[in-house]
Ligand binder design. Structure first.
Ligand code: FEO
Length: 170
């Protein structure tokens, strides 16, 4: 693996772990607000982000690359409503998509076909993550101001169960 691709993947481990930390704090916020379903949704989201970090971690080790774990930034609560949380999530996913795309572009420019193949899963995953984040915003904008509808939306999100990633590094 080329040095620049390895450095970018190492940095991505930190970004994914920060994503997990950010979503855990969203879950924390929703528990405080009494919205257990949204809390469940983001708790599972946090687990998925940790999985993403571990996929990069495993891929690096599998390719005999040194992994350096850096400090994880503290999440800042610069939102005041559930809708603002969902919009923060979408903005964050767009940032992660751009980061994955940058690694992909670097892998492509140095003909690192193995890394491109590994990253293909993340390109697709980011499409799903952004679609889910957008979908939640649409639902919250439609129903969030009506307490009964918000209760039903929260119940729907409470039914989400964790599923491990379909990608395996071996
Ligand atoms: Fe790991 Fe939500 O991107």
């Amino acid at each position: 693996m080329k040095k620049k691709v390895a450095e970018m993947m190492n940095a991505q481990i930190n970004k994914e772990l920060y994503s997990a930390y950010l979503y855990l704090d969203f879950s924390n916020y929703f528990i405080e607000k009494g919205l257990a379903g949204l809390a469940n949704w983001y708790r599972i989201q946090a687990m998925e982000e940790r999985d993403h970090a571990m996929l990069f971690y495993d891929y690096m080790h599998h390719n005999n690359q040194k992994v350096t774990l850096e400090a994880i930034e503290k999440p800042t609560r610069d939102y005041n409503t559930p809708l603002e949380v969902l919009k923060t999530a979408l903005g964050h996913e767009e940032y992660i998509t751009a980061s994955i795309d940058e690694i992909y572009g670097e892998a492509m420019s140095c003909k690192d076909y193995r890394s491109m193949q590994f990253l293909d899963w993340f390109v697709k995953e980011q499409g799903e993550e952004e679609a889910n984040a957008n979908d939640l915003i649409t639902k919250m904008e439609l129903f969030g101001n009506d307490p009964k509808s918000l209760y039903l939306l929260d119940a729907e999100l409470g039914a989400r169960v964790y599923t491990p990633p379909t990608l395996v590094v071996d």
